[in-house]
Design a binder for this molecule. Structure first.
Ligand SMILES: *[C@@H]1O[C@H](CO)[C@@H](O)[C@H](O)[C@H]1NC(C)=O
Ligand SMILES: *[C@@H]1O[C@H](CO)[C@@H](O)[C@H](O)[C@H]1NC(C)=O
Ligand SMILES: *[C@@H]1O[C@H](CO)[C@@H](O)[C@H](O)[C@H]1NC(C)=O
Ligand SMILES: *[C@@H]1O[C@H](CO)[C@@H](O)[C@H](O)[C@H]1NC(C)=O
Ligand SMILES: *[C@@H]1O[C@H](CO)[C@@H](O)[C@H](O)[C@H]1NC(C)=O
Ligand SMILES: *[C@@H]1O[C@H](CO)[C@@H](O)[C@H](O)[C@H]1NC(C)=O
Length: 310
């Protein structure tokens, strides 16, 4: 009994990956805050060397209060906004691939109305968002948007992330509520080209059997990350990279609804031969599943549906 409790405590605390670069910026706010054991650094009067804000014509403003219960206070209760370009310049400690996350809460901020946001976001050589109208992405006014990218950074380089209002429209503005930069294992998603045994991890549907290689000069845009089964695995319960694992129902599971089954959540999977290293996904992703169980017949057709941008 004592040992199983101890084991539970340890498995919750020790993460299998410890990112060297781990920065969360709370835009339009001052000081440090620690919701859900994550340190967010304000970008107002900040004296950290980890980032600087270039072009100061931007302003900070708060979201209307009270913040709806489904919207997390940090980083969504404040934003940085501007009708002209502004840039965050990040000092990254290590080279290699990073998660770059952008958090948006389209709502009313001072004189900025939600339906007038229209802007592009560039990071290094990549245009991550083009003519992005945040209010088009949400169904109601109590929703937030998180965009996640992977991008490689060379050693000694700064990562500049720029917000550029679309110039062909007047009165439009750019805004941002939160930015995260988090290191990831070198070959979690990217292909290890020096390893002949790593052919690439994915095959592209309709493009034969040759694995698709993801090269360090490429950037990735997360479209969906879904845990099949009953559990959402929130960023704080990831293996250390603060990834969010959405639950598959009711959002994606569309046809036939096999039950979620779960193992004992206090157990740990056995990572045989490190084929999939333990940081690849948190244990709870493996410990629940959907099973056809006794309903299984040849035409019991389970379908998950994902909308994708053509
Ligand atoms: C993950 O695996 C590594 C290497 O196999 C091991 O050193 C580490 O203790 C494991 N971490 C956890 C939290 O299980
Ligand atoms: C953004 O989308 C909203 C919702 O469709 C629309 O009302 C608004 O005009 C759009 N804004 C711009 C600047 O295009
Ligand atoms: C951006 O492009 C320049 C010139 O093409 C290249 O030298 C540099 O390595 C690129 N940077 C990244 C981060 O891909
Ligand atoms: C980032 O911006 C700063 C300031 O404008 C500039 O000095 C630096 O060269 C930029 N870095 C990169 C990698 O573009
Ligand atoms: C990449 O592959 C090479 C050759 O097998 C190996 O020595 C190296 O450790 C791999 N890198 C990582 C980070 O796994
Ligand atoms: C299962 O559903 C898919 C998508 O609707 C369809 O293409 C497929 O033929 C179905 N298979 C069976 C065995 O019904």
């Amino acid at each position: 009994m004592f040992f199983s409790i101890l084991h539970l405590l340890l498995s919750q605390k020790v993460k299998s990956y410890d990112p060297v670069d781990n920065l969360a910026v709370n835009c339009g706010n001052k000081g440090n805050t620690n919701p859900r054991n994550r340190n967010w650094v304000g970008d107002v009067d900040s004296n950290t060397i980890l980032f600087s804000l270039i072009e100061q014509s931007s302003v900070e403003a708060n979201a209307p209060t009270p913040i709806p219960p489904n919207v997390e206070q940090i980083p969504f209760d404040s934003a940085r906004l501007s009708q002209s370009q502004f840039t965050y310049s990040f000092h990254v400690v290590t080279n290699g691939p990073k998660f770059l996350r952008l958090h948006f809460y389209p709502t009313w901020y001072a004189n900025f109305v939600p339906y007038n946001s229209l802007f592009s976001v560039k990071a290094g050589n990549f245009t991550l968002l083009k003519d992005f109208n945040a209010s088009l992405w949400v169904d109601d006014k109590h929703q937030t948007i998180t965009k996640e990218y992977c991008i490689n950074i060379d050693s000694g380089e700064r990562l500049n992330v720029s917000f550029l209002p679309t110039t062909s429209h007047s009165d439009v503005y750019a805004f941002i509520n939160g930015i995260e930069i988090v290191s990831m294992p070198a070959f979690l998603y990217y292909t290890n080209l020096t390893n002949d045994l790593d052919p690439g991890k994915f095959k592209v549907v309709g493009h034969g059997t040759t694995p698709y290689r993801i090269l360090s000069g490429q950037a990735l845009d997360t479209v969906y990350r879904v845990n099949v089964g009953e559990k959402q695995v929130p960023p704080g319960e990831d293996t250390g990279m603060f990834r969010n694992w959405e639950v598959d129902y009711p959002g994606y599971l569309m046809k036939e609804y096999p039950q979620s089954i779960s193992s004992d959540y206090t157990r740990q999977p056995i990572y045989k031969d490190n084929v999939a290293p333990n940081y690849t996904a948190p244990a709870n992703v493996y410990l629940d599943a959907r099973s056809y169980g006794r309903d299984a017949t040849e035409d019991y057709n389970v379908t998950w549906e994902f909308q994708v941008d053509s």
